[in-house]
Design a binder for this molecule. Structure first.
Ligand code: PAF
Length: 303
């Protein structure tokens, strides 16, 4: 058995209207397909909070920086649909490019501030493409809840900001990054790694977790980040695009651990660009009385 697939906004809305008549709570999980355990964890989380779960599959040309990357993106719709049915997802919405961007389409959603820096500095126009398609998907589905992985942490912030600014009545629900046993964050790009690169790949996560632990232990942030940058290169990555500490709440740059923070990284392993992030959080409340030493620990430190 496979999950029902619809390809037009009209069919999608007909399903949603039926579910609304039943009084159902509806969730959406936007994806570009090539579903892995990370996506499936979002589906499971959505099924716990909603009566009906829509997964969208659209490889969005507007968020790719080059035609080669778009052409190389894995397209595995049949396998994806096969993975969704046993979980109990209710609908796969897989529009084609003309349905999403009909002739004459002329609108771009730009979210400033949280789009600046990090991936935004290296992938020009990428987040405009993401914000535009996600705005459309949220409005097309009219869902009550939308689930996004923390793996794409900057994207999560952009989507939250966009939904708030455009008054889209939806709750954006973040879900933790899913990792392989050796720590590598799951990504559709991991299939592009050669066996040798796959061995090296988890060293990005270990460098991040190690850095987060050292920062939590009181080592100066800039010193820790410089060491982690070198460790990533020594491990076999060819280039680090960025490695930064940002505020968990609003992505503001941080140089001291005075509030909950994230370490975020993007690095190239051969021809593959990988991103990852880990949380650095105070163990006790960061509203400790002045003068009291804040105890810090690394969460997400599962490896
Ligand atoms: O994270 C992704 O897979 C994409 O950026 C998204 C959110 C589905 C928009 O195309």
């Amino acid at each position: 058995m496979s999950v029902p697939i619809v390809r037009t906004v009209a069919e999608l809305r007909a399903n949603v209207a039926d579910w609304r008549r039943e009084g159902s709570r509806i969730a959406v999980i936007p994806t570009m397909g090539a579903l892995h355990e990370g996506h499936l964890s979002l589906v499971r989380a959505a099924l716990e909070k909603a009566d009906r779960v829509i997964v969208t599959l659209f490889v969005n040309p507007k968020q790719f920086n080059n035609a080669g990357d778009l052409a190389a993106y894995p397209r595995t719709e049949e396998a994806d649909a096969g993975k969704l049915a046993p979980l109990g997802a209710h609908l796969l919405y897989a529009p084609d490019v003309h349905e999403m961007y009909p002739n004459g389409f002329a609108t771009t959603v730009t979210v400033s501030g949280v789009s600046d820096g990090l991936c935004g500095a290296f992938r020009r126009g990428h987040f405009d493409g993401v914000a535009t398609v996600v705005a459309k998907l949220l409005l097309q589905t009219g869902a009550d809840l939308a689930f996004f992985g923390e793996k794409d942490f900057q994207q999560l912030h952009i989507v939250r900001r966009m939904a708030k600014d455009l008054d889209i009545p939806i709750d954006i629900v973040p879900c933790p990054t899913v990792r392989e046993l050796d720590g590598l964050a799951l990504s559709s790009r991991n299939v592009r790694l050669s066996p040798r690169e796959r061995e090296v790949a988890p060293k990005l996560a270990s460098a991040l977790f190690n850095a987060a632990e050292r920062i939590a232990g009181g080592v100066p942030v800039d010193e820790v980040l410089a060491g982690a940058w070198s460790a990533i290169i020594e491990a076999g990555y060819s280039r680090v695009e960025y490695l930064e500490m940002r505020a968990d709440e609003d992505l503001a740059p941080m140089h001291e651990l005075d509030r909950p923070a994230r370490l975020l990284v993007a690095a190239w392993l051969g021809e593959t660009r990988l991103i990852d992030n880990v949380k650095v959080l105070s163990r006790t409340s960061i509203d400790n009385a002045p003068g009291e030493r804040t105890k810090l620990s690394v969460t997400d430190a599962t490896i």
